[in-house]
Design a protein around this ligand. Structure first.
Ligand code: UN1
Length: 510
């Protein structure tokens, strides 16, 4: 049986169910979290019901009325202490992620670091949530914008970033004066409970209980209720494009606001003058990191015909040395995928690619590391036929498959890169500034993605820049730049400090 790290206080949480067999269905009111490396149950969590959801949201509304009156820099002080506590618990929390979603240790810890980074960022932001003063056309008038707390933020997260994506939302929302109600993935509820409890405990000790709330349940029971609930002016949702399309429609139907961070189908272009060693190393991390389960994973490699063989050859050699196995063991670079459904999707994509003329250069099979009964696949490289037609590559398969295409002319490479429905992340490796500037062209004719990297891979964004993508990726921006504005309500204020009625547009009404 799993012994939760004592500092995480998981077993003190009333939702935590230590003894589970793994056979409990959701109808039992318990979601069982499985270790994807072993396939064994870790523990269960009690699901919310319609009644407990209602109570949580009602309490969150009360907490919001108090929290919004706290000055923003004082709210920042709460977030600062959350970051201190996250630093203390960095390792146990990162390891819990490894156990629950199969991230290798460095990536589990790296994810918690991302939450610490966003918390630090939010602390600074708490003193910078300013509006601007705009010149008025009328004498003795002042016009200005102010930013006000928005209310309850419904935060829906996926299994693959079970800590940081909440952090991007909750830390910014907190300094903005909002209350976050988090609906985590049922594949990673333990990380969610541990994470949320840290934030809630720190805030409560500082006299601000109830700013960070959790609702745990199925999409049908809790997710649908939340997205349709007018008490959430903002729903921030991360997940598949299909999920986002539905969330977007429901929230738009009640004229709420959505922040969507959906699928990616990210390409790396490698030109003939690129530093191939750098391109190879970066693309290996981009495609096999997190077992290919990042929205930013490199899924397509578009390489110049003069360098494709050398590049893919060195990547294939590197792939063969990658240790697949226990994510907590030293030296492992690829842990499990999240479950059997992912193994099935992986196998189906490989079969389709072969049927479409793709050639499997390395990998291509499900995998069983010694002594581990969980869900693993081999990192895979598949080369598209010479005509570059490989329809399966237009889909995002959430697994470590990299499809290789070849180009001769940069415009052709850009066309290929932009030809997918999603628009999250993109990268180019090249040495000629004319090539890289063509890729970043401010006229918009280069990469059509929300993230564009030069001489680095598609994944691994740092905090501070706005994160998100265009087209079917949903258009939302989180984690940096002016993304805080999504969590606030803008008010344009006009003040007449004279004693005459002056109408805009020069209208006289006498
Ligand atoms: C995700 O996969 O949903 O840029 C987020 C990255 C990470 C975030 C990924 N910082 O790869």
């Amino acid at each position: 049986m799993h012994k939760p790290h004592p500092d995480l206080d998981l077993d003190k949480d009333p939702r935590y169910v230590a003894d589970v067999t793994g056979k409990e269905g959701l109808e039992s009111g318990i979601a069982v979290s499985f270790n994807p490396a072993t396939g064994e149950p870790i523990a269960g969590v009690k699901l919310d019901t319609a009644d407990s959801y209602e109570q949580t949201v009602a309490e969150a509304q009360e907490a919001f009325k108090r929290w919004r009156t706290v000055p923003a820099p004082v709210r920042g002080e709460v977030v600062r202490n959350i970051a201190v506590e996250m630093r203390r618990l960095l390792e146990p929390l990162g390891e819990l992620e490894s156990i629950e979603v199969g991230k290798i240790r460095a990536e589990g810890i790296g994810e918690v670091q991302e939450t610490i980074d966003i918390a630090d960022y939010a602390v600074g932001l708490s003193r910078m949530l300013g509006g601007k003063t705009v010149p008025s056309e009328r004498p003795q008038h002042r016009m200005m914008e102010q930013w006000l707390p928005l209310g309850l933020v419904g935060c829906i997260t996926a299994f693959n970033f079970p800590n940081a994506v909440w952090g991007w939302n909750a830390m910014i929302a907190a300094v903005c004066g909002d209350v976050t109600v988090w609906k985590p993935s049922l594949l990673a509820p333990l990380t969610a409970i541990a994470t949320n409890n840290i934030a809630d405990r720190v805030a409560t000790e500082m006299g601000h209980p109830g700013i960070f709330r959790l609702v745990i349940g199925t999409d049908d029971e809790i997710g649908e209720r939340m997205i349709a609930d007018k008490r959430f002016p903002l729903i921030s949702a991360t997940g598949s494009c299909n999920m986002g399309r539905h969330v977007g429609q429901v929230v738009a139907g009640r004229l709420g606001r959505c922040l969507l961070e959906l699928g990616g189908n990210n390409a790396v272009i490698v030109d003939k003058d690129a530093d191939l060693d750098l391109a190879a190393k970066s693309t290996v991390f981009g495609s096999v990191g997190t077992a290919g389960q990042r929205c930013t994973t490199s899924r397509r490699l578009i390489a110049h015909k003069d360098v494709v063989d050398e590049l893919v050859g060195s990547m294939a050699r590197a792939y063969k040395t990658i240790k697949i196995g226990d994510p907590l063991e030293d030296g492992t670079l690829v842990g499990p995928v999240i479950g059997q459904r992912t193994v099935d999707a992986f196998e189906s994509a490989v079969e389709q690619a072969k049927a479409q003329g793709g050639e499997v250069l390395v990998g291509g099979k499900a995998h069983k590391p010694d002594g581990l009964g969980g869900w693993f696949v081999e990192p895979t490289i598949i080369r598209a036929p010479a005509n570059n037609e490989l329809p399966i590559a237009m889909d995002e398969t959430f697994a470590p498959i990299l499809y290789v295409f070849t180009f001769d002319d940069l415009d052709e490479a850009l066309r290929m890169q932009n030809s997918v429905d999603q628009g999250l992340s993109s990268a180019i490796f090249a040495s000629d500034v004319r090539t890289t500037e063509r890729f970043l062209n401010v006229d918009g004719s280069g990469s059509d993605c929300g993230l564009a990297y030069v001489n680095l891979g598609t994944s691994g964004a740092e905090i501070g820049g706005a994160f998100g993508g265009e087209k079917d990726t949903g258009g939302g921006r989180e984690a940096g730049s002016d993304s805080w504005k999504a969590y606030m309500r803008r008010q344009t204020c006009t003040i007449n400090f004279g004693s005459e009625l002056r109408l805009a547009q020069g209208i006289r009404f006498e």
